[in-house]
Every structure is written in structure tokens, then in C-alpha cells.
Design a binder for this molecule. Structure first.
Ligand code: FMN
Ligand code: SF4
Length: 474
């Protein structure tokens, strides 16, 4: 199904009319303010920390670390770009594994004692770039995202899945060639892993990160545990057991790294895994089980925020104020996770206008914010709004639907968008991400990630031809 491209909606009225046509209730401000008093430039104070404005850079890895998990020049360039973006909140930089078997790819960063000084310099390069451009980093908050990739671990070879799962999941197991219980992590495995999260947090604190994100999203281990209704033992079944992993990590961090702040990035809803239908459009897997989707009703196709809201209560109980919301998984339902016009090479044509996906994430976040006003919410999934991103971002912050607007893909193609918006500059159209998905397609094919279509640096790389050839073949 073809949908009108956002780039063809030339005026704000045309954009708003398209939202109306789709029946989407999404606020968008006709005029975007600029300058110090503008909505998006307002500072916020969370848990004693000052965050200088309402833009946040979401974590994005580049599949470009060394084999032992240190950053390369490509990683450093991306983090410098995050620093010069103008955003004052850095949600984790990118997913960093707490140990080798939890790496999502053999080039993912790994938070070990051997790698600590390299990751420290990565953080410092980001902060230095920020200081050079904005002459103030006292209101810049930088966290590190800690992860174990669980079901989607590929620590040794790009082409070899080495899943460590929370529970059996017939549809996803079949995709990974899992036919028995051998991939399941035992309770003892999880206890050792909790220690690894704590050890990685201690290192993160030592090298200057203000907070760690204990990642619970996108189908990786923390997220899969939240949906572990069929898991037996201490970490599965009831809500209390499914959140034991988080609670024990938090308790360990409080003891071993006192003063370190924590945040959680969580998929606040999930749907059934999707697959390509007969005409290439995404359809839910017919045999999938809706019970295994955290934050959905039993059908696996409708949001149910009861448990995610209970999760927010738990965060408050644990003394955590920073929450970053996202949805689903880039592996099995990318259209809800990162709405795009063009699917990645292993994806499917979008089953809905991607604007619907953007609005779904914004509305679910707004509902949780309404129920939990004392938490600081960072939202995700705004990139598909393209030229109208600032308009919707401003309306979302102005109406209290979210506290900070997270930027993912947009910052790969247009790193200085937040600075431009706050300075009142006209957006540079040729830098606006058009959701070509090359930054996802490349790593799915063993190539480093980057914005090959729009970033002149990646445009000039030989990998671009390799990627284009692959896309032609597909
Ligand atoms: C290339 C790429 C790498 C990503 N890496 C991570 C990651 O390391 N950790 C994470 O939580 N999300 C990751 N994401 C998801 C983004 O943080 C974000 O949720 C998603 O792109 C949707 O936001 P957007 O519409 O602004 O792009 C990645 C996305 C992309 C495109
Ligand atoms: S490759 Fe560039 S234009 Fe395409 S989705 Fe990624 S950031 Fe956007």
C-alpha cells in the first residue's frame, strides 16, 4: 500500500489535514518558537540534575566497535555528533554489553575493565564537542545504556545467532533455529548476569557517566523477561518475578555504586511478531501468542498499559525518575518500533501509514505521563515526522505529553537539528531523514551502520556501493 510521503506535505495545514484523514489525534504547533524562552529550550530538573533543554539523543549503535568491544573512529565520530547536536540529554549513547555473550554483534561495545578508559574518552569527546559548540556542559546529562542482547545475541560472528533466552517463544524460537530448552538462561545464569550489570555500572560511574540505563526494550533480555509469563522459577510468571532482574540490579547498584543515577528504557507496548504477507506487506504471524507481548492485550495487537503502568510505579518505588519510552522490537515488528516509509532489507512493507506508528508511541507515552506525572519521560519514534518533527515535538512538550523529545535516526542524517531549531534556523531539507532504513539494512548485512544516503561522510564510503548492490539484488 502506498502512503503519501511526508516530504510531499508542503505546508503545516497539509500535514495536519493528513493527520485528520488518518483519524490521528496528534497535536502539532503551526509555529515553532526559538530562542531561550522557547518551549523546547526550557531546562528541566530531575532528581537533583539539571537538563538544559527538551531534546534528547536516543542510543544508537553503529556496529563499528573493535572485536574486543572498544570504540573506533567511526564510533567516536557518532558520539561527537551527538555532542554537537545541541541536545542536553544523552540517553545512553548506544547499547553497551555488560559481558561478551550479551553482545548483539561482534562489534558492539563491551563495558569491561579493559575497555573502561576507551569508553571514558568516548564520553569525553562527546562532552568536549558539546562544550566547543555551546560553551556550557554543566547542564548536559550523559548516561550509558547497559544491555544483554539475550535472544538477539550474536557475540562472535555476524552471521551466527547465539541466543540466550528468557523463555520459549514458538514463533521467535523458530526464526532462530531454537528447538529445545538449551538457549534458556537458568536462574543462576541470571544471578551472575545481575552481578555483571552491577560491575559494569560501577565502571560507568568511575569513568564519569551520571546515569546508567538498565535496558528493557526491543526484545533484548531485560524486555523479554518482562513478558516471561511462561518462565518458571524466581524470574518468571507473576509481575513480581518478572521484574526481579531489574530490582536486583538496582539494589546492587545502590550498594556498589552509591550516587550513580539510573534510568530505564522500556518498550511500553509490544505487538505480535510480523512477517511478510503475500504482497510484501507486514502481517502478524498467525500462530503467534499475544500473551508474550508486554503491554498488549491478549490479542497481541492492541495496547494495554496496565502492566507498563505498574512498571512505572515500581520505578518510583525504586527511586528511579528517568524513563525513556519506546515500543516493540526492530527484529520482529519494526513498523511499531521505528516507523519508516522504506523497510529494512529483512523487513516488510508498512501495514499502516507510518504516521500512525509515530502517533501510537506518542499517545502511549502521554498516557503514562498523565498517570505518573512525577516521572521524567523521554519519548521516541519522532523521526518519521521529518519536516514537521519540531512542530509536533513542541506541542508534545507544551501540552505535557512528554518531558523530552528523543531523536534517533534524524540525528544520524541531521546531527545539529536541535541546535538549528532552538536558534530559529530554517531546517536544512537535504539533511532531513526520509527513513530510507539504510542505517538498519547495512548492519543486517554485516556492514557498519550510518546514514549512507544523506551524510556526506558515509556517502563517500565504499560500503555505500556494497549496500546499493545488496538492495538491488533484494
Ligand atoms: C542504526 C540504529 C541503531 C540503534 N541502536 C539502538 C541502541 O543501541 N539502543 C537502543 O535502545 N535503541 C537503538 N535504536 C533505536 C533508536 O534509539 C530509536 O528508538 C528508533 O530509531 C526510533 O526513533 P526515531 O524515530 O527517532 O529513529 C537504534 C536505531 C537505529 C536506527
Ligand atoms: S539511512 Fe539516513 S535517511 Fe535512512 S533512515 Fe537512516 S538516518 Fe534516515
Amino acid at each position: 500500500m502506498a502512503f503519501p510521503r511526508v516530504a510531499s506535505l508542503k505546508t503545516h495545514d497539509e500535514f495536519v489535514n493528513r493527520l485528520r484523514e488518518l483519524g490521528i489525534d496528534l497535536e502539532s504547533d503551526a509555529e515553532v518558537q526559538s530562542g531561550e524562552s522557547s518551549v523546547l529550550a526550557q531546562a528541566a530538573s530531575v532528581d537533583g540534575m539539571r537538563i538544559g533543554n527538551r531534546f534528547c539523543i536516543l542510543p544508537m549503535e553503529g556496529w563499528d566497535g573493535t572485536a574486543d568491544g572498544k570504540p573506533t573512529e567511526l564510533t567516536r565520530r557518532r558520539w561527537r555528533n551527538f555532542g554537537l547536536s545541541g541536545a542536553k540529554l544523552m540517553w545512553g549513547g548506544e547499547a553497551v554489553a555488560v559481558r561478551h555473550d550479551g553482545r548483539a554483534n561482534p562489534n558492539q561495545l563491551c563495558m569491561t575493565a579493559d575497555n573502561a578508559s576507551d569508553i571514558e574518552s568516548l564520553r569525553n569527546e562527546l562532552a568536549d564537542a558539546h562544550f566547543e559548540h555551546f560553551a556550557d556542559d554543566g547542564d548536559l546529562l550523559v548516561g550509558l545504556q547497559l544491555t544483554h542482547s539475550g535472544r538477539f545475541a550474536r557475540p562472535n560472528e555476524k552471521s551466527k545467532a547465539e541466543p540466550r533466552t528468557a523463555q520459549r517463544n514458538p514463533v521467535l524460537d523458530a526464526r532462530l533455529n531454537i528447538h529445545d530448552d538449551s538457549a534458556l538462561l537458568s536462574d543462576d545464569d541470571l544471578k551472575r548476569l545481575i552481578d555483571d550489570f552491577v560491575a559494569a555500572s560501577v565502571l560507568a560511574q568511575k569513568i564519569g557517566f551520571t546515569f546508567v540505563d538498565i535496558k528493557h526494550c526491543h526484545g533484548y533480555l531485560g524486555h523479554e523477561l518482562l513478558s516471561g509469563v511462561d518462565r518458571v522459577g524466581q524470574f518468571g510468571g507473576c509481575f513480581e518475578n518478572r521484574t526481579r532482574f531489574l530490582r536486583q540490579i538496582v539494589s546492587g547498584i545502590r550498594t556498589e555504586a552509591p550516587g550513580l543515577k539510573m534510568g530505564v528504557r522500556v518498550s511500553i507496548f509490544d505487538f505480535l511478531p510480523y512477517t511478510k504477507g503475500p504482497d510484501g506487506t507486514g502481517v502478524p504471524e498467525p500462530s503467534a501468542d499475544g500473551r508474550l507481548a508486554f503491554g498488549s492485550d491478549a490479542s497481541g495487537s492492541k495496547i494495554d498499559l496496565d502492566e507498563p503502568s505498574q512498571f512505572m510505579d515500581l520505578l518510583k518505588e525504586l527511586g528511579i525518575r528517568l524513563v525513556c519510552t519506546t515500543a516493540g522490537s526492530p527484529y520482529y515488528n519494526p513498523h511499531i518500533q521505528r516507523p519508516a516509509y522504506f523497510p529494512p532489507s529483512d523487513g516488510y512493507q508498512p501495514p499502516e501509514d507510518p504516521l500512525v506508528g509515530v502517533a501510537r508511541q506518542i499517545a502511549a507515552t502521554a498516557e503514562l505521563k498523565r498517570r505518573h506525572p512525577d516521572l521524567f519521560f523521554v519519548g521516541s519514534g519522532y523521526t518519521y515526522l521529518q519536516d514537521w518533527l519540531p512542530n509536533v515535538a513542541q506541542a508534545a512538550v507544551r501540552t505535557g505529553a512528554v518531558d523530552s523529545v528523543g531523536l534517533g535516526r534524524m540525528v544520524l542524517s541531521y546531527p545539529d537539528l536541535p541546535a538549528d531549531v532552538i536558534a530559529g534556523k530554517t531546517m536544512t531539507r537535504k539533511k532531513v531523514c526520509r527513513t530510507f532504513s539504510d542505517c538498519t539494512t547495512a548492519p543486517r548485512n554485516g556492514i557498519v551502520s550510518g546514514c549512507y544516503p544523506l551524510d556526506p561522510f558515509y556517502k563517500a564510503m565504499p560500503e555505500r556501493d556494497q549496500l546499493n548492490a545488496l538492495k538491488k539484488e533484494a
